[in-house]
Design a binder for this molecule. Structure first.
Ligand code: NAP
Length: 308
C-alpha cells in the first residue's frame, strides 16, 4: 500500500505535542504539507490557508484539522469538496448539526471522516470496559478537575462561545464513559458556572442516568490547583473500579489491574489509516451530544471573573 499523503491544518500546541511525532513514527503516512496562518512545520511545504494548500498540492490524500472547533467546519467542508479524507481533532465541531452535515458529505463522496476522541485510546480504557461488562455497576462518579492556567494559558478561543470552556477537557471524560458503560446515558440535571467576563463555563456538575436508572455524576472544574484529577470511579459487585490519570491506569479495590505508557495519538492515526483503507467513517457524536445537552438543560450561575 502506498503511504497516505497527509497535511496538517492549524499548527499549534496539539500538532507539535502529538500529531507530528505520531505521524513521523507511522509508516502508513507521509506528511507533505501544512496550512496555518502563523505556524509552520519543518521540512514540508507550508501555506497560509487550506484553500491555497489544496490548490498547490493536489497529491494530498488526507488532512488533519487541528484548529479550535469554531473554525473546523469550513475547513472540513473545503477538504471534503476537494476529495480529501478528514481527521477532526476533538471536539469534532462547534455544533452537532455541522458535524452531521460533514458526515453526509463524506458519505456522498466515498471519503472517510474521523471524529477523533483521543482519550478513548488511553491505555486502560479497554480493560475498564471489559471489567464493567462482566459485573453489575452500582454507580459511577467522574471527577475531572484541572488548572486551566497550567493547561490552557492564553487560549482565548477556549473561553469564547463554541470553545466549550471546562467541557474542552470534560468531553474527554465523556468520550471514555460513553465507550465503557454498557448502555447510552442521558442527562437529568446540570449546573454550569460561567465567569462573569466569559462566554464559556469554568465548572460544571452533571447528573446522568440510563434506561436501568444507573446513577452517573460528573464534576468538572478548571480552578483546581495542586493535584490534578482525571478519574472515573465505579462501585460494582466486583469491587471499586478506579480509572485514573485520564484513562492511563486501572485499579480494582486499590490493586493496579492495568497500567502502561500512553499511545493515544499513535492509535488515533492507526485507526484513521484503517478507516481510509476500509472506505468507511468513524463519527460518534455521543460525547458532543452530552455537552450540548448540558448547555440545554443546565442551570447557569455567574461566578468571579477569570483573568489569565
Ligand atoms: P491552539 O494551539 O490554541 O490552536 C491551534 C492552532 O489553530 C493555532 O496555533 C492557530 O494557528 C489555529 N487557530 C487559532 N485560532 C484560529 C482561528 N480563529 N481560525 C483559524 N485557525 C485558528 O490549540 P490546541 O491546544 O492545539 O488545540 C486545538 C484543538 O486540539 C482543540 O480542539 C483542542 O480541544 C484539541 N486538543 C488539544 C489538546 C492540548 O493538549 N492542547 C489535546 C487534545 C486535543 P495559526 O494562528 O497558525 O492559524
Amino acid at each position: 500500500m502506498p503511504p497516505i499523503q497527509i497535511a496538517l491544518v492549524g499548527v499549534g500546541k496539539i500538532v507539535r505535542d502529538q500529531h507530528l511525532p505520531a505521524i513521523a513514527k507511522n509508516g502508513d503516512y507521509r506528511l507533505i504539507a501544512a496550512a496555518s496562518r502563523h505556524g509552520t512545520v519543518d521540512g514540508v511545504d507550508n501555506f497560509k490557508s487550506i484553500e491555497a494548500m489544496l490548490e498547490a498540492v493536489p497529491a494530498i490524500d488526507a488532512v488533519s484539522l487541528c484548529m479550535p472547533p469554531q473554525y473546523r467546519y469550513e475547513a472540513a467542508r473545503t477538504a471534503l469538496e476537494a476529495g480529501k479524507h478528514v481527521f477532526l481533532e476533538k471536539p469534532p465541531g462547534a455544533t452537532l448539526s455541522e458535524v452531521a452535515d460533514l458526515e453526509s458529505l463524506a458519505a456522498s463522496k466515498g471519503l472517510s471522516l474521523f471524529a477523533s476522541w483521543h482519550s478513548r485510546y488511553a491505555p486502560a480504557v479497554e480493560a475498564a470496559k471489559s471489567f464493567l461488562a462482566a459485573t453489575t455497576i452500582r454507580d459511577v462518579k467522574i471527577v475531572w478537575k484541572e488548572d486551566v492556567r497550567q493547561w490552557h494559558p492564553n487560549q482565548e478561543w477556549i473561553w469564547a462561545a463554541g470553545g466549550l470552556g471546562i467541557f474542552d477537557p470534560g468531553i474527554n471524560a465523556l468520550s471514555i464513559v460513553t465507550h465503557i458503560l454498557p448502555r447510552p446515558l442521558f442527562i437529568t440535571a446540570a449546573a454550569l458556572e460561567f465567569p462573569e467576563n466569559r462566554d464559556a463555563p469554568i465548572a460544571a456538575t452533571i447528573a446522568f442516568t440510563d434506561a436501568d436508572k444507573l446513577a452517573v455524576s460528573a464534576e468538572f472544574d478548571w480552578r483546581q490547583t495542586g493535584k490534578q484529577s482525571w478519574d472515573i470511579v465505579a462501585q460494582t459487585d466486583a469491587g471499586e473500579m478506579v480509572l485514573s490519570e485520564g484513562g492511563a491506569k486501572l485499579s480494582i479495590d486499590g490493586k493496579i489491574a492495568h497500567e502502561e505508557p500512553e499511545q493515544e495519538y499513535p492509535m488515533l492515526y492507526k485507526r484513521f489509516a484503517e478507516i481510509i483503507r476500509a472506505k468507511t467513517s468513524d463519527v460518534d457524536l455521543a460525547p458532543l451530544r452530552h455537552v450540548a445537552d448540558a448547555f440545554m438543560l443546565g442551570r447557569r450561575k455567574f461566578v468571579e471573573a477569570f483573568h489569565d
